[in-house]
Design a protein around this ligand. Structure first.
Ligand code: FER
Length: 265
């Protein structure tokens, strides 16, 4: 058994079902003008039950895959249901969840050939929009705490690769990072973590997960193997399933409970 392998139970039945008689958060769409892209863009934002200016919230930036846009988590993952249920069970630290569009280009819809060079480049270009426009927008419009330990970045597939690339490349911005079934846009491990000691000192959580039936699992395997060799603490969660929503919903269920609080596994 390698050092950082984690066995977690799959989320319990009902975790993604609308709970009766529980407090609910809100999920809405916000439009903003992106100077980077040069037009109006959208993101979805979940605020938790009881969201108010009585406290300051952490922020999870949650990214979609190559076939999606800012609505993908909402349409396929029901994050607001999963998170409402976890709040009702007192399992989460207070956080808002921001679901931006990770394809930073004028037509940011998931249409045409999703592997076109300009579309793949737009997933790279998103880094500067996230750091210089989206985060400042959120921090000036929501009751949030500002600082690396109050920001998490996670995503699925293409968004998993973005989270690892952007998160590990900007540890002054993020302390909690998750790659779910990360795609081949993930940088080579030596580029992701060129200085293992520095990364280890700054990280609060690095999470890697992938379904055992996923054809892209080699990406996570090689990232995990390097982190293991370099003694960089991380969670490595191999779960049942393929490149699909039951896996990513299960990842959100677990990852959301680990961030912004003392390690509880
Ligand atoms: C690839 C295969 C899959 C790739 C990206 C993906 C950039 C993304 C999949 C997804 O987001 O679901 O070769 O290269």
């Amino acid at each position: 058994m390698d050092k950082y392998h984690l066995i977690l139970n799959t989320a319990p039945a009902g975790y993604d079902q609308y709970g009766d008689n529980i407090a609910r958060g809100k999920i809405d769409t916000f439009e903003y003008f992106s100077a980077k892209v040069g037009n109006s863009r959208k993101m979805m934002i979940y605020t938790p039950p009881g969201y108010s200016d009585n406290q300051r919230y952490n922020v999870l930036y949650l990214l979609h895959g190559i076939g999606g846009d800012e609505t993908e988590w909402y349409h396929h993952g029901n994050p607001q249901v999963i998170l409402d249920n976890l709040y009702a069970a007192s399992k989460l630290a207070p956080m808002i969840v921001v679901m931006p569009n990770g394809r930073a280009m004028p037509n940011d819809r998931a249409e045409g050939n999703l592997f076109d060079t300009d579309k793949l480049q737009a997933f790279e270009d998103f880094e500067s929009e996230l750091l210089h426009e989206i985060i400042p927008y959120i921090e000036s419009n929501y009751w949030v705490q500002i600082g690396r330990e109050n920001r998490a970045l996670a995503g699925l597939s293409m968004g998993g690769g973005q989270s690892l690339n952007i998160g590990l490349g900007n540890l002054d911005h993020f302390a909690w990072i998750g790659g779910f079934s990360s795609a081949p846009n993930t940088k080579a491990p030596e580029q992701l973590v060129p200085n293992p000691e520095e990364t280890t000192a700054k990280l609060k959580l690095l999470w890697l997960s992938c379904g055992v039936l996923d054809n892209l699992k080699y990406v996570s395997d090689q990232t995990h193997a390097y982190l293991d060799r370099q003694n960089v603490p991380h969670i490595w969660y191999e779960e049942s399933g393929g490149h699909d929503w039951p896996v990513w919903k299960n990842d959100l269920y677990h990852f959301s409970q680990l961030i912004f609080q003392p390690f509880q596994c």
